[in-house]
Design a protein around this ligand. Structure first.
Ligand code: SF4
Length: 351
């Protein structure tokens, strides 16, 4: 009986894609997956991770972990602007499905929400956690166990939300977890308000950086983020350093993020966030293929009601102009969900 090309394709389809791959290429694919290692694993193998942890912990004595540079001794219980103690306070940890698709995958992003914050924006959507510090104080060993628990649940990464003020604890917990089998990318989910000197400690430890860039004007940053007028300049430099360390957003063969920079920008009412300046800056300072998520989900929270210019949600037109600026400045790697929202609003506009 003649076995036609059509028969071959049909049989291959029925039996699964493995028939389309030779044993050699299947082996190569498996090998490639096995070969991937989180950055911190390599640093530990080089004998450098413990030294980084010490370097980070020493900063607690005269806390300069963020640009607020309070200089308090957190080891002695003193508290600075973020009001964080020396031990990590955790609000919750669980698989999270509300993040970008490439970090969520099928099993979710293994998210740990740290309480307290060094920025404290008036429109904070997590204000009970970030401003009021609601959560439970834990030991670094407990934090390590949480990481391992998230890995056991099948999560694709360890997503550290608002990590800046507890960075030394995170590094220590990561090493403890690594020695018990942690093998997931470390995903640093930050407001972007980071010091270059501190980011250098994270070089070779973090696999994925996801900084916000909230505003491009010093006066807006000062007004809505507790006097942080240096936020735009500090954050731009921090993002360039993050890109230097991890490069462009990279996926594995299953489409899951394993490394790279992902920038988030929340569109605010009345052009408060400076979106056009933001996309222009990305286009000029970074590769056009930098992953950018322009977000439509601004909502009036916490003290935003006291500021009339931000005391409303954004309009469809405000979101569309933001996305159109991104296209005009040539950004080619926009978050798929924000592109879908743009397409929906465009469709509505034309009907
Ligand atoms: S981490 Fe907290 S205590 Fe340390 S410098 Fe920043 S705001 Fe101040």
């Amino acid at each position: 009986m003649k076995f036609t090309r059509r028969d071959f394709i049909r049989t291959s389809f029925l039996l699964g894609s493995s028939l389309l791959l030779s044993p050699k290429s299947l082996h190569a694919k498996q090998k490639k997956e096995e070969e991937w290692h989180p950055a911190y694993e390599k640093l530990e193998a080089e004998g450098k991770l413990a030294q980084r942890i010490k370097q980070a912990y020493d900063i607690f004595e005269n806390c300069q972990l963020c640009p607020r540079k309070c200089g308090v001794n957190r080891l002695k219980g003193e508290k600075g602007f973020c009001r964080a103690p020396v031990k990590p306070v955790i609000f919750s940890y669980h698989p999270h499905f509300g993040e970008e698709m490439s970090v969520v995958g099928e099993k979710g992003s293994g998210t740990i929400f740290f309480s307290n914050c060094n920025l404290r924006c008036v429109f904070c959507q997590n204000w009970p956690i970030a401003h009021e510090g609601k959560g439970k104080e834990v030991q670094d060993e407990d934090l390590a166990d949480m990481m391992l628990h998230l890995q056991k649940m099948g999560c694709h990464n360890i997503n550290l939300v608002t990590p800046t003020h507890v960075m030394p604890n995170i590094l220590n917990a990561t090493r403890i977890a690594l020695n018990k089998g942690l093998h997931l990318p470390l995903f640093y989910n930050t407001s972007g308000y980071e010091r270059l000197e501190i980011l250098k400690i994270l070089d070779g430890i973090v696999d994925i950086y996801k900084p916000d860039i909230k505003y491009m004007d010093a006066d807006k940053a000062a007004k809505y983020s507790a006097g942080a007028s240096d936020y735009p300049e500090v954050t731009k430099k921090a993002i360039l350093e993050m890109h230097r360390q991890v490069g462009i957003h990279k996926l594995n063969e299953q489409g899951i993020a394993i490394r790279g920079l992902m920038i988030r920008h929340l569109v605010m009412p009345n052009r408060v966030a400076g979106t056009e300046k933001f996309v222009k800056w990305v286009a000029e300072a970074l590769p056009n293929s930098t992953y950018v998520n322009i977000m439509a989900q601004y909502r009036v929270e916490y003290k935003a009601f006291d500021y009339p210019e931000i005391a409303r949600g954004i309009t469809a037109q405000e979101f569309l102009e933001a996305m159109e600026w991104a296209e005009q400045y040539g950004l080619t790697n926009l978050d798929p969900q924000s592109v879908a929202v743009r397409n929906f609003y465009r469709h509505r506009r034309s009907n």
